[in-house]
Design a binder for this molecule. Sequence first.
Ligand SMILES: [Zn+2]
Length: 275
Amino acid sequence: MLKSTIYGTVTRFDLARTLGGRGRYWTTAYLLDGLLIDSGCAHTARELSDALRAAPLTRLVNTHTHEDHIGANGLLQRQRAGLEIHAHPLALRVLADPRRQQPLHPYRRMFWGWPEPSLASPLSDEAWIETEDFRFQALYTPGHSPDHLCLYAPEQGWLFTGDLFVGGWDRAVREGYEIWQIIASLKRVAALPAAVMFPGSARIRENPKAELESKIAYLEEFGNKVLALHNKGWDVNAIVRALCGKPMFIELVTLGNFARRHLVLSYLGEYGNEA
Ligand SMILES: [Zn+2]
């Protein structure tokens, strides 16, 4: 399922696999001035390429390599000779061989699918991407994934944040997220004089600074509570029960891969030695 909306000179594509007549677990790509930012999931690759048929597409930047942001890379690159793809240096080997480099849990295969391989060139931190009318700076913002970056257009104040910023108040994360890195990355972009924020799945925000700052404050406060209980000797399950609210449907769907306990573990930095 694909929905496209126009925001000034930016076209927004919301993409999701259709299951039971509904789109499930939406992801967003943006097109402006021949530049595509992210490419949705494999299940919607054909729909996106059809929607882009008349578009003068010359460049694609991936904010990170999660499969719901790179799914049409391979198809678009096969269709368009000369399409340049840019990404974080750590992203390149995942893009070149997604099946081997990024094994997917069953729920990820169901909702987003296996991306086709694609070839990209590396973007340095603070490197510029220029289109005919705009220029964007790549800003490394790890935490959601090690290869995450944001794109910032200083003249317009546009900030494309991929999955760094997700709306709402998190009480669960996927295994492997680095929450303290996410907070540091949010601080990096909150310091910019951005006028509009274009997230990788949530709604577009005008004057994003206040929202970024309240998100940072929430995550830090949550982390301080986790650490305080941990220092009192509470175990992870007790902290989850005290701070993370009721069990969540997504924990069932993902067989515990996206879960409250992973948020607590991430604050405690205990990945790799979980009991
Ligand atoms: Zn992601």
